[in-house]
Write a protein that binds this ligand. Structure first.
Ligand SMILES: Cc1cc2nc3c(=O)[nH]c(=O)nc-3n(C[C@H](O)[C@H](O)[C@H](O)COP(=O)(O)O)c2cc1C
Ligand code: SF4
Ligand code: SF4
Length: 253
C-alpha cells in the first residue's frame, strides 16, 4: 500500500456513521484528514490518497444533501472504501445509488460495507448499535480490505438495487423545541445543514425546509430538541414492526 494519506469523507447528523468510518480508519497507519459533508460544500479532487466514504440511509436513498455535496467530490481512479450505514430497517436502493455515484466520479471502489446503527429518528430501533459485535465485523471488513490492497487484487464491485430511484420523502412529524430548556446558544442554528432554524427564534423550525436529519437534536447541549407531533408515534410503531430482526454488517469485496 502506497498512499500519501487517508481521507475520511462522511455525512453523519447523529454521529454513528462518523464513528464507524473512524473504526475502519483505525486499522490504517496513515496521516488522516476529515471532510464532514454537513459543512464541507466545495469541489475537490482526491488523487494520491486512500479515501473512506461513509453515508447513512435516509428513506431508502442517500440523503439528498449528501448526494449534492458528494457530486462535487471527484477521484482520479482513486481507491475508495465505502460504508453505507442504516437503522436496521432496510437500505433500499441507497447502496446502488452511492456506488454508482462514486464510480461516475472516478473512484475505484475496493470494498463496501453495509453497517447497522441505532435509528436516529426512532432510537428504540437498533438501540445501542453499533455494538461490540458490529465493531468486530467492521474491523474484520477493514482487515480484509487491507489484505486486498496489499495483494493488489483488481475486481469491480457490483451491488444490487432498482432504478429509477424512489422520490425523496420527508416525514409529517414535527421537530419540537422546549422553550424552557433552550438557552439560545445558536448551536442548532449554525449546524442545521438546511438553514431551517431561525436565528431570531431558535426554538422555531421551518418544517418545509427541514429534512428531519437529526443534526440539531444531536448538537443541542440542553437536549431541548426532539421529534414529536401527531404522526410520530404511529411512525415509531411502524419502524419497530419493520425491524424486528437484527440485520448484520455485510461486506462486498
Ligand atoms: C431522515 C431519515 C431517514 C431514515 N431512513 C432510514 C431507512 O430508510 N432505513 C433505515 O434502516 N434507517 C433509516 N434511517 C436511520 C439512519 O440511517 C441511521 O440511524 C444512521 O445510523 C444515521 O446515521 P448518523 O448517525 O451518522 O446520522 C433514517 C434516518 C433519518 C434521519
Ligand atoms: S432543523 Fe431539521 S434539517 Fe435542520 S438540523 Fe434539525 S432536523 Fe436537520
Ligand atoms: S442548540 Fe438547543 S439550546 Fe442551543 S439554541 Fe438550539 S435549541 Fe436552544
Amino acid at each position: 500500500m502506497n498512499f500519501e494519506k487517508l481521507s475520511k469523507i462522511y455525512f453523519s447528523p447523529s454521529g454513528t456513521t462518523e464513528k464507524i468510518v473512524n473504526e475502519v480508519a483505525k486499522n490504517f497507519n496513515m496521516t488522516r484528514e476529515n471532510y464532514d459533508l454537513l459543512s464541507f460544500d466545495e469541489s475537490k479532487t482526491f488523487t494520491d490518497e486512500l479515501v473512506i466514504i461513509g453515508i447513512p440511509v435516509f428513506d431508502g436513498r442517500i440523503p439528498k444533501l449528501a448526494c449534492k455535496r458528494l457530486s462535487k467530490i471527484k477521484g482520479t481512479d482513486t481507491k475508495a472504501i465505502v460504508v453505507l450505514n442504516y437503522g436496521n430497517i432496510n437500505y433500499g436502493d441507497a447502496l446502488l445509488e452511492l456506488v454508482e455515484l462514486l464510480k461516475e466520479n472516478d473512484f475505484h471502489i475496493v470494498g463496501v460495507a453495509t453497517t447497522v446503527s441505532q435509528h436516529s429518528q426512532f432510537n428504540e430501533v437498533g438501540s445501542n448499535r453499533p455494538d461490540a459485535s458490529d465493531m468486530e465485523r467492521i474491523n474484520e471488513f477493514s482487515r480484509k480490505v487491507i489484505e486486498k490492497l496489499n495483494s493488489n487484487t483488481q475486481n469491480e464491485i457490483f451491488v444490487s438495487g432498482y432504478k429509477p430511484f424512489p422520490d425523496y420523502k420527508t416525514p409529517d412529524f414535527s421537530v419540537l423545541c422546549d422553550e424552557n430548556l433552550c438557552i439560545e446558544c445558536m448551536d442548532c442554528v449554525y449546524t442545521c445543514p438546511e438553514e431551517a432554524i431561525s436565528e431570531l427564534t431558535p426554538t422555531e423550525t421551518n418544517l418545509d425546509d427541514c429534512t428531519r436529519c437529526t443534526t440539531c437534536i444531536n448538537v443541542c447541549p440542553e437536549n431541548a430538541r426532539s421529534f414529536g407531533g401527531d404522526t410520530y408515534q404511529s411512525e415509531l410503531e411502524n419502524a419497530i414492526s419493520n425491524s424486528l430482526e437484527r440485520n448484520e454488517v455485510e461486506f462486498f469485496l
